[in-house]
Ligand binder design. Sequence first.
Ligand code: AGP
Length: 614
Amino acid sequence: MCGIVGYIGFRDAYPILVKGLHRLEYRGYDSAGIALMNEEKNLSVYKTKGRVNDLEEYVLDKDISGTIGIAHTRWATHGEPSNTNAHPHYSQTETLALIHNGIIENYAVLKAELQKKGYTFHSTTDTEVLVQFIEYIKQLHKCDLFSAVQIALGQVVGAYAIAVMEKGNPDQIIAARKSSPLVIGIGDGEYFIGSDASPIIEYTNKVIYLDDEEIAVIKRHEEPQIVTIGNVRKTPQIKELEMSLSELERGGYPHFMLKEIFEQPQSLTNCMSGRINVEGTNVTLSGIIDHKDKFLNARRIVIIACGTSWHAGIIGEYLFEELCRIPVVVEYASEFRYRNPVVYPDDVVIAISQSGETADSLAAIELARKSGAFVYGVCNVVGSSIPRNTDSGSYTHCGHEIGVASTKAFTAQVAVLTMMALTIAKEKKTIDDKKYTDTIKELQNIPGKISQILDLNEEIRQLSYIFTYAQNFIYLGRGYNYPIALEGALKLKEISYIHAEGYPAAEMKHGPIALIDNEMPIVIIATNDTIYEKVVSNIQEIKARNGRVIAIINEGDEVIKSMADHCIEIPATKECLDPLLSVIPLQLLAYHIAVNKNRDVDMPRNLAKSVTVE
Ligand code: AGP
């Protein structure tokens, strides 16, 4: 949430910062701003409500010279999106400029204290309080900027990634983090700062990930110094980025979301590569094998996640219970962290997250670890906070996901959970050899079958026109397809802003059936699984009330074809792998409806890609 980019070196900072903001815009996009220091050591802040393009227009007649600068694209927490609430924020004397990602929880107390001392505020943000507070500390202690940041952060409660510049000091940026990611890119005589690596990868693949409560002093001609808030000096650990620049481009597609939907055959192949042997007879996840006893002796598995990752978690529940016979509970991380849950030391907690930075999931992990449970991360972003705060884990390896609506990350999460369940089941001997190898072989067929479904893109686009102006949608599914109903509904509401509800199909008669009339589109996933007949009955119940049925069926299903208004035919697979196929047409349907409605598919209103605040 919110994008941070910074540069200090020998080149013009402005083009680097603006390009970086464009790359980070998926993280937040309600306002944007930049702070630059010119040769005369003057510090200028330019900011505006709107997108990065609006900022570029705004600075057309401004001095944008300088080889040091920081920039920000915002997702509002405190204070509406506006010119004044946009970052960077100046301190009282306009000698400091600061950008911030996160939430300062005790900002109101700090603000009241500062107001008593005569400080005035222009914005309603917590960020302006922080920069004013740093300046106040600096004046009070007559210390340098680093010490002022260190002392101030010691008194701050909350989450932050910050970068600060000081007028008259063109050789230094101070950066710090707590519970919000921050990466420093190391170039040749230049440094880059990013809230993730996307604005950096073009210039260098050498990075330092700051850890919680670390402050970096980034000086033009020196190696970055890293010191904690508690004044412990740290040796910077330089890591190599795995990301490639092409992942950050749309590659000819009109939207990242469509590109990412179409990448799924390849992203799933990558996800399985090196884990399933060529013959398709064995799957090994080293993160599990290295801690086999934890899984074999687990009293239960607790899955924690948010949003789409939570939907993947429900599929995980069905997989682990069916294949490994381990009891599973799936929890929203945001509920788990605050409801004083019972966690046993012999529980295995699985945290699922695309970004690896979701604040609620990180807090839930901390709680689980304090209770002594073994915590396993299923994560996409390499080097992000979740993999660094878990005991073991598996990366989903689906590549950088930029579209705010998660697609390829979801299928990769489901694939990893399937491979986890197979690995544990084999070790636990809860699966027979035939089922084990049949499932692995079919898992290998999934990328090819997804390609077949992607061939239906035009058919689904045509179908989308019929439903573009619907006010509401219901999505229904049972068994492994129930979480897909939830996911289909989430995709539609996120990007088209149409109200949509996902339900287990059989629950319909306990309430939602009252919503059905001849205007209500009902998407029902009705593949040929063990409860197929029951789903057929559900369709009949809907048709009896004149609902408009869009059914996702297996190829050649004449029974449902004769009942439903519209059918999308997908290849058959093993029941436990159904979600990997049935979700694809729902991603495409949501995408096309949103495009028909002229929505900003990759940056839908009010959302941001990684939710690093509560
Ligand atoms: C999915 O389309 C979402 N935008 C959102 O629900 C997301 O899945 C959720 O915020 C969790 O994110 P994470 O996987 O990065 O933890």
